[in-house]
Design a protein around this ligand. Sequence first.
Ligand code: ADP
Ligand code: MG
Length: 730
Amino acid sequence: MTATMRPEASASSWNNENGKMPTTPLRDNVERTFAADVFTERVMQQRLPKDVYKRLLRTIRLAEPLDAAVADVVAAAMKDWAVENGATHYTHWFQPLTGQTAEKHDAFIVPDGHGGAISEFTGSALVQGEPDASSFPSGGLRTTFEARGYTAWDCTSPVFLNRAGNNVTLCIPTAFVSWNGEALDKKTPLLRSIDALSEQALRILRIFGTDQGVGRVESTLGSEQEYFLIDRAYYFERPDLLTCDRTLFGARPPKGQQLEDHYFGSIPGRVLNFMGDAERELYRLGVPVKTRHNEVAPGQFELAPHFELANLACDHQMLVMETLKRVAPRYGLQCILHEKPFRGINGSGKHCNWSMATDTGVNLLDPRDETHTNMQFLVFLCAVIRAVDLNADILRASIASAANDHRLGANEAPPAIISIFLGDMLTDIVEQIEKGTPKSTMKGGKLDLGARTLPQIPRHAGDRNRTSPFAFTGNKFEFRAVGSSAAVAWPVTVVNTIVAESLDYVATELEKALGQNPSESKLPGAVASVLQKIVKQHKRVIFNGDGYDVKWHKEAEARGLPNMRNTADALPVLKSKKAVDLFRKFKVLSKQEVESRAFIFAEKYVKQVVIEAETMVSMARTMILPAAVRHQTELARAAAETARAEVPDPSLQESLEQCVAACGKARDAVAALEKALAHHDGDPFLHAKWIKENVVPAMEELRRSVDELETQVADNLWPLPSYRKMLSIR
Ligand code: ADP
Ligand code: MG
């Protein structure tokens, strides 16, 4: 054996030594490395005294308070584990309303008073932190001089090690609140919404007598992440990508996604290496990444984890985005999470697969075989239908952003109209419920593939539908309208809350109908009549057809479904009495907390579009117009020279005229955009409206003229890498 031995050689010598090949080389054994950087319950059990471990578990599972002495022991064990794994610092890791995560690192080191140092981590440092709250968006909840904010340990999401280069940091997932206890983050309302959902779902289980041994109902989440990869060299050449994560200009290449040859195609080697590396890092963090494939657009890919409890899944989703971004440069790649980085090809979404499950492991949205007899399932299903119909506007607002505006309704992602896809089998049952008690369940049957060697495969009772924003997919709902760069905690909070409200309604109706002495015999009748009423009132939200079809947009309008095409239209609903009452009633957000969020989201929309518009202006003025003028000069010179040589070329003259005209148009468009940008408004909602009505169309116009120039100007003069180059990733 030599020191320079290649890895494949070591695998084969291992084969020789043992006489047989191991199924997986150990160094890549996921089972061994999975959650290696997480302070899991198994690690806790190994490292904590038995009574402390038990106390901590009770805190994690039953939310029992943790006393200071126990917290000290837990903190010391965490620190030892972290330091043994190379950590020097710890941080309270939280999700402020920026949509990113935040961390401030503190070293474990403290002077020992004798010129040396020791490492220390106390229970109080674990449980509570005190970052400056004034520099995070608070939507008026905090002003600069009222700076105090707290982070509080969320012990239901395990601490983990963040590795970056040579630095290892112990990360403690925390909630972030202000000095007066108002939530300044995405986690706090999420946790509150899960509590609300649990409380209301338990009432339903109690009515059905299926609550034995169930302490809690959880929401579950699996979010599929779509993303683009481009060569990093191109990324640095494009100020729009660097500043806005999307291209603000770019002429359509001859080959986009017309041939449909990228989706599920073989994954390019460099990309596969990147994916494998990112997955290994995520496995170490305990993120159960499962699926990877090419997506529809060239350069577009997807990663999907196995679902988890929603709180953990939301934390993990943030880690997925960060890891993809961090690992890509190792392969000379840039990962783009923006919803619409390139015009003319599909954008990226993040399907949020959502369900409810008991802590005993029962999925409450599993229809099972004879669905029509599964009354409890039908109650949960109809509660979701009611929730989505009543709160379609709030759900729409929960996914509104400047970036998602490019995607929703662009015939590639679901329309901005929120509707539910149920599929044939459930639609049939819902129709039966409308008439009375359902009597039968449609069966999918078997598919005969026509070749004797192929198996007969069981067929689902309904087809899939790609165009629905909120689709029932077998045993869960898939909220598809969520954008790829979104922090999913907020849309999931909204789904949990509206469903909690609906379950509250159903439970109250059933409790009323069953009276003081509920008997099993009264239950089917009571359920049938409550569900019948719900279906009658809310079936308008069910739509199984093509969401892209303009006929649907007309029909949705006739059905009275809201269609808020953009963020400026969608956000104000969060300020409405309806939204405030909903969040307040279920103790998810106070009036101030909802209003501050609406304010922050509107402000963010304004800032984002203004940054994009200013980037456009600067690129047009300092890169594109100078290049176009150079091209114009070359044309003029060529025209003059050919004329002088007495072989005048009329086509040159024509090109020159075209170029002059296009430059003129672009210059005018820059001026118009600058004028639109000069408007300011103290009220972010009014400013957002102005932006939508004036700035966005002016950006459109500028883009059109610049893209036109790109098709005329010589390639060697054009200052930006073209779509063709960026999208052919190898
Ligand atoms: P696709 O949408 O591509 O058909 P799958 O049906 O395999 O994909 O599932 C997509 C996602 O849904 C995965 O992340 C999966 O773990 C998640 N999922 C499956 N069951 C549930 C559930 N009960 N609750 C939440 N997510 C779930
Ligand atoms: Mg999906």
